[in-house]
Ligand binder design. Structure first.
Ligand SMILES: Cc1ncc(COP(=O)(O)O)c(C=O)c1O
Length: 381
């Protein structure tokens, strides 16, 4: 693993903007935007788009997405959102009355409403897990998994505070009790190393517009081999066997293309978004996810020290994602803290009583110094 030098030159972030909000919306690189603009411009001259273009982008991108999570290419489907992916997972996970669906306290809403609906339809019950006393959230979830568990739906890090989950242990426990495991890796994919072979989840949902620095409404869905004969949400022409033969599309068939392709979203061949999506993923893979993790972890360790020096405690690195820093705010903090910081050119989120600080490789040392100085000023004002 190597430390990656600052990559600000790849982005269009002015010197007077200090952006600590990747967890809300990752900026795209200039190259990815250019690729997207070229892709969109193809529609100026649709007669120049060959039929093969309906397949070329997805064929190039699918193995790259698989590489991000250590999956086989056949396990990847294209999905526009986490909610779309989770709805597909829910459709393919039979639960019965009396079984429990385990969720984390304060989990992202798309990863809650889906399961409320499934509980309503099946008679399963939802149990929400929080950490008590000195236990970690991960241990609390591990301890709750038992013979009554039908499904565990969680993340690698909690979106509000970065609490880290031991997914290898959780995956193992799920297999011991025969529970399904569904993961939303939106807040970690591209920033924390992850391998489906270690965790063996049933399904993984990823929205790519945050840590993968890709356009909004791009993402992917991993499907474990045992679910690849399942039922997709939609019945689309392109996911069917032989769909590349446009002259014969009305030879209707019940057969799908290979692997998880049956789960691909309708109009997956998005000529504008896919080139930008591919450019973003190539950049992440060029940097290397393990190197990104290492670099952001080291930068956050330094930042945590500076936050502590101005009186803000961050959870230790052992219980949070390396890329996430969420210090507790004192009760005295101004209600409009993030608005005040924005006036200083500093962009950061607040979630409840925590500040959510998510820097990336574009964050400079000058950004950090400016942030700490202005934060100290507002906390003491
Ligand atoms: C953990 C997590 N999952 C998913 C999403 C996005 O969900 P969806 O793609 O359903 O809009 C977000 C956005 O903030 C998120 O933080």
């Amino acid at each position: 693993m190597t430390q990656i030098p600052n990559q600000r030159h790849l982005f269009d972030i002015p010197d007077d903007v200090a952006y600590f909000n990747t967890a809300t919306m990752g900026p795209m690189t200039k190259a990815a935007v250019e690729a997207g603009q070229k892709g969109l411009a193809r529609k100026l001259h649709p007669w120049t788009i060959p039929d093969t273009e309906f397949f070329a982008d997805t064929e190039r991108l699918r193995p790259l997405l698989a590489e991000l999570i250590g999956a086989d290419t056949d396990g990847i489907a294209f999905s526009p959102s986490v909610s779309y992916s989770l709805a597909t997972a829910a459709r393919n996970l039979p639960l019965s009355k009396g079984q429990e669906i385990l969720l984390l306290e304060d989990q992202f809403p798309s990863n809650v409403y889906t399961w409320r609906q499934l509980a309503k339809e099946t008679g399963a019950t939802i149990r929400t897990i929080g950490a008590h006393d000195n236990e970690t959230l991960s241990d609390a979830l591990l301890g709750a998994i038992g013979p009554q568990t039908g499904l565990v739906a969680c993340a690698n890090v909690r979106w509000t505070d970065g609490a880290g989950m031991d997914l290898i242990a959780i995956g193992k426990r799920c297999r011991e009790v025969g529970a399904a495991l569904v993961l939303d890796l939106t807040q970690s994919c591209g920033a924390l190393a992850f391998d489906v072979k270690d965790v063996q989840p049933d399904f993984v949902a990823v929205a790519a517009y945050k840590w993968l620095l890709a356009p909004y409404a791009t993402g992917f869905f991993y499907v474990a081999p045992q679910h690849r004969n399942g039922t997709p949400l939609e019945q689309n022409w392109i996911t069917r066997e032989g769909s590349s033969n446009f002259a014969r599309l009305i030879d209707y068939t019940d057969n799908y293309g290979p692997g998880a392709q049956r789960f691909d979203m309708g109009e997956r061949s998005n000529f504008a978004l896919l080139p930008a999506f591919e450019s973003a993923i190539r950049t992440i893979l060029d940097w290397g996810v393990a190197n990104i993790q290492e670099t952001l972890g080291a930068r956050n360790a330094t930042l945590a020290g500076k936050l502590e020096a101005i009186g803000l405690d961050c959870p230790p690195a052992s219980v949070r994602g390396a890329h996430y820093l969420c210090p507790h705010l004192p009760d005295s903090v101004p209600a409009d803290l993030t608005a005040r910081l924005k006036e200083d050119g500093i962009y950061v989120s607040r979630r409840g009583d925590r500040l959510r600080i998510t820097q990336h490789l574009f964050t400079s040392d000058a950004d950090v110094e400016h942030f700490i100085a202005r934060l100290a000023h507002h906390l003491n004002a």
